[in-house]
Structures are given as C-alpha cells and as structure tokens.
Design a protein around this ligand. Structure first.
Ligand SMILES: [Zn+2]
Length: 304
C-alpha cells in the first residue's frame, strides 16, 4: 500500500499552539519503524497545481493565499500565520490526497499521512484548513474521467462543513459526516447525511451509529471511490473533541469502514484529519492504527 506525506514543510507555530504539527513527522517515522509501510511505498507528493485547486476554490481566494494578501479575518479563522511554507504545505497536502486517490484506484487502498482539511470552503479556509484536499481530489479525478461518483465518510469529530457546502448541490459526491453536536464549527452546514453525538459519547454509541448508516450510504451512492477522513479527535484524550472514544474503539471504527468498502469492492483513500490530544504519541498511535487497518484490508483483498 502506498502512503504519501508532506511533513517537511513545518510551519513556524508558537509552542503553545494547539495544532500539533509534530504528529505528521512522527506518524511517518512510526509507520516505517513498525513495518506498516515499506520505505519504497512512502512517497512525497508533488504540490497540487493551481488549476486543480481552481476546480473547487475561487480565483480570488487562491490569489489571496498565493500572494499572502488574504483579509485578516479569513487568516484569523484559518489559524495559521501566512508564510511561503504555509502555502507550500497546503498545496502539498492536497497533492498528497490527489496522488493517494489515484493510487487507491490502482491498488484498492492508499493514504495521505496528512490532509482531511474539511473546514475549507470554496472561498475561504478555517479551522487549520487552507484548501479542501478531498474536494479538490474528487473534482480532479472527475475531470480526468477516473471517477464519476464519490462518497466522503468523514469521521473527524468536527463536521466537514466546507465539504458539505462545496458538494451541497452536487449529487455525484455524497457527504456523510459523523461529529459532535456541540463542537466547532458552531454553525453547521447540511451534509447529505449528518450524524451527531452529544458530549461524552463513547465507543458503543459511535460504532452502532457508524454500522447503522454506512452500508446504506455506500449502497445508495455506489461510489467509484470512497474518501475516508479518519480523524483522531473523537479520542477521549482529545482536548477539542468532547467525545470519549478509546484507542481500541477508534481502531474498530477504522475496521468497520475498511470492511464495508472491501465487501463492496470499493477503493478507499484515507486522509488523517484532526487530532489535538496533549499526548501526541496517542494521536500518532491512533493514526498509525488506521494505516495498519488500511494495509490489512488491502492484504485481505489480494488474498480473496
Ligand atoms: Zn477535527
């Protein structure tokens, strides 16, 4: 299984910043150290082309990001200070999801060890999301005739509001988001299917909801590619998530998604999304378990 990374572009963030950039490099090192991904299958993607980004984002927004001339309010909502590295990293992160999507169509499963920036709208970013990688990848693969229909299974603890808005009037991409009812974003968009949880929801409640809704989403949409946003922030130790899933529960969540896709012969591309636990090692364990389950589902395809 191929995995794509872009952690060489580290943003200069103050140490008290709650977005843990370190998790990306640690994740890459973990999947190699534990033999989950072979070094030859770990690939640094090219930056997404501006023309790809323009399939989803407005030219005004792209020009503002490129030139560092975004309105102060938009930059504040994104949460990162502007820099050349911020632009390059945002483009690489989208490039990783585009490359992983193409790899998933060839191999069945592939991953971006970053991405899942689902709070980005066509004309603005917010919540640490500059560009919407999944939306751009879906649009780019559609343009290239590689897919017609897609499904987004968004298990980050925050609603995929940008993705929901971008595809609101587009039946070719089904948006399914499971998230905390009281979390950011406080004004939710309308996905094709939203499942919400109250504060403190745990493994049983979450997994029951996922198992209840996921088969119907896949069977109705009949996607050519599934985008899975495997956020680590439903974790009980997360400081923003407000839910109470365990590390084992999150791994079961991953397995439920991969099994449902494999049973239907649907290729799946994984993006990591959020994770804000003070214990960065726990975040990396959750993300690396996702990659482990992805590899396992890949092997089960080859074996069957
Ligand atoms: Zn999140």
């Amino acid at each position: 299984m191929r995995a794509f990374y872009c952690d060489h572009f580290v943003l200069p963030l103050p140490p008290e910043h709650r977005f843990p950039m370190a998790k990306y490099r640690m994740l890459r090192e973990r999947v190699i150290a534990e033999g989950i991904i072979a070094p030859a299958d770990l690939i640094e993607p090219a930056a997404a082309e501006w023309t790809d980004l323009a399939l989803v984002h407005t030219q005004t927004y792209l020009d503002g990001v490129a030139a560092g001339s975004l309105p102060r309010e938009i930059l504040r909502r994104i949460g990162f200070p502007w820099s050349e590295a911020m632009v390059e990293r945002a483009r690489r992160s989208v490039g990783g999801t585009i490359a992983a999507s193409r790899a998933a169509l060839e191999d069945g499963v592939a991953a971006n060890l970053a991405g899942g920036t689902h709070h980005s709208f066509s004309d603005r970013g917010e919540g640490y999301c500059v560009f919407n990688d999944v939306a751009v990848a879906a649009a780019a693969l559609q343009r290239d005739g590689l897919i017609a229909r897609a499904a987004v299974v968004d298990c980050d603890v925050h609603q995929g509001n940008g993705t929901a808005a971008i595809f609101r009037d587009d039946p070719s991409v089904f948006t399914f988001s499971l998230h905390g009812a009281k979390n950011f974003p406080f004004r939710k968009e309308v996905s094709d299917l939203d499942v919400t949880f109250e504060d403190g929801a745990g493994d049983d409640e979450y997994l029951t909801a996922l198992r209840t809704h996921l088969p119907g989403v896949l069977d109705r949409q009949r996607p050519d590619l599934v985008f899975y946003l495997a956020g680590a922030d439903p974790y009980e130790g997360d400081r923003l998530g407000r839910l109470k899933l365990t590390i084992d529960g999150l791994r079961t969540r991953d397995r439920v998604v991969f099994d449902a896709c494999r049973d239907r012969d649907l290729p799946v591309v994984v993006a990591m999304s959020g994770g804000y636990a003070p214990d960065v090692d726990a975040i990396v364990t959750i993300h690396s378990n996702t990659i482990r389950e992805a590899v396992h589902s890949c092997l089960s395809v080859s074996a069957s």
